[in-house]
Design a protein around this ligand. Structure first.
Ligand code: SF4
Length: 83
């Protein structure tokens, strides 16, 4: 599709342990939910507890992914996984 954006941020929410690191680093995108797991703001649900957000630029989400102790945040650029 012509409106495809180059960056995809993926959250495997089922693995999230609610450590708040992503929210501390990229609060525009990551907000803690009442269930003590992070939500990826504006993401669409791909399947059960798997979310995806498309962006023009990674905007700190690589650092957020690097901070995640259970590696449940991933960033892809043009279909290639960065983390
Ligand atoms: S850094 Fe990872 S484990 Fe911690 S709240 Fe964010 S998504 Fe969850």
């Amino acid at each position: 599709m012509a409106d495809d954006k180059p960056i995809k941020v993926i959250h495997e929410r089922n693995i999230c342990i609610g450590c708040c690191a992503c929210e501390a680093i990229a609060p525009k995108f990551w907000i803690m939910n009442k269930d003590n797991k992070a939500d990826l703001v504006g993401a669409k649900k791909l399947e059960n507890e798997l979310y995806e957000l498309e962006l023009d630029a990674e905007q700190g989400n690589i650092e957020a992914a690097e901070s995640c102790p259970v590696n449940c945040i991933h960033v892809e650029e043009n279909g290639k996984r960065k983390i």
